[in-house]
Design a protein around this ligand. Sequence first.
Ligand code: NDP
Length: 480
Amino acid sequence: MILKGEIEALAKYIDKGHGDEMADHDPSSTGIIAKLRSFNTEDVRASIERANETSKSWARYPAPKRGQILLKSGELMESEKEKIAELMTLEEGKTLKDSMLEVERSAFTLKFYGAIAYKYGGKTLPSADTDTMIMTVREPLGTVSLITPWNFPLSIPVWKIGPALASGNAVIIKPASKTPLIVAKMIEILRRAGLPDEVVQLVVGSGKEIGTELVVNDHIKAVSFTGSVSVGHEIYEKVGHKRVMTRVQLELGGKNALYVDKDSNLSKAAEFTIRGGFGLTGQSCTATSRLLVHETVYETLRAKILERLKTWRTGSGMSKTVDMGPVVDEEQLKTDLEYIRDGEAEGAKIIHGGSERPKGLFLGPVLFEGVTPDMKIFREEIFGPVLAITLVGGVEEAIDACNSVVYGHTAGIISDNNTVINRFIAGVDAGVIKVNKPTVGLELQAPFGAFKGSGANTWKEMGEDALDFYTKEKTTYLGW
Ligand code: NDP
């Protein structure tokens, strides 16, 4: 059980700014968990300076030793997983079960990058000259900014910081203002595992106010951002005006579709629809927000989904019996409710939930049928537990529907027909395709990066590929 004193100690750990006071809320009770002092731009600048001063010595630190720190921090995180999961549920609202999965996965991610630090390097190539060998080495960029969202408050910071540190970069990290404590916990663990204090600088505060410095400061050689499309575009534009070349990695929103084919296991389809649409309160970039169903199987699938929803529980994430926690805050709830009203106004029909004003932030699953591709709830990211159902006549129509939105994050298909599956994989323009699986759930060893308007379409995150973003490859011609 996480104690009040431990939360206060963590809050003190990051309470180093000179900006406005900011409050960290529990979405289930809407009560305040901790009050912190934001960083102002001067504080951010000073943090960047501190990180930058250590960047050279950290780059020279032997890679296997950097790996050992990450391996050790993975172990420490695992040994405290119950407490960290509780802190996550308190701050973000997701169920304890989902928090636990995220903490376990984050601990493995740290270990994964710890092990990779031992082996990641360049390559050797043959030369056309008999007295020459060509080799490449991968060097760190220097100081990098990581800007992260609240919905995976630990795993996203970890999957960025792991490769950034393994490859020898100094880091400035700014977590979402809704979830700063969990990132403070991650850094406390990294330092306990042996990371020199100054190598990672945590800055907290409103992205609108301090975000610019994290991007435009000349010491920053790369920005890895996960969050909304609008902020992603803003960052891209700011980087474009810099004197210093700066890499940008953007992972943004999505409007992911799951297609249920006529030849498919409909019980599996119903289960995956619900898990993808309503698990994590639909607040996941890989969430299923559109369900495309072959018209011949819709009635059966509809009945199965509605039957399963009868036992689906929404409530405080701290309760072991709930399937889904609250929406993260009032602002997100307002957005969800506006989209629900839009859906009704545009002629779609609610077949589950959504009719009453929710108690607190507990919205619960909302299911629309009769959704057409021109409707807002079909085209725009809601980032809540609202699922739009559209009927299609076959896989070609499903592919067109998937591709008709500006996003290209994730898409899924449930089918037992290999020809249909292969056609779907080839036809859909999305960074991740899931076959006979829910759209949510990514494995840490596999590269991940969205297409089209869902990202910058540059470097991948996760897996070994993630280190490419944080390194530059130097080519040497070695003659004798
Ligand atoms: P935001 O874009 O609002 O915020 C993300 C981060 O950016 C926060 O730390 C925020 O700080 C900061 N920020 C806000 N404004 C600026 C700015 N002007 N300059 C620099 N940084 C800024 O997104 P949310 O946190 O609301 O996250 C939800 C979004 O993230 C959804 O669109 C979702 O699809 C996307 N997402 C994408 C994922 C992916 O892998 N593609 C994964 C998870 C989420 P502050 O909190 O202080 O506002």
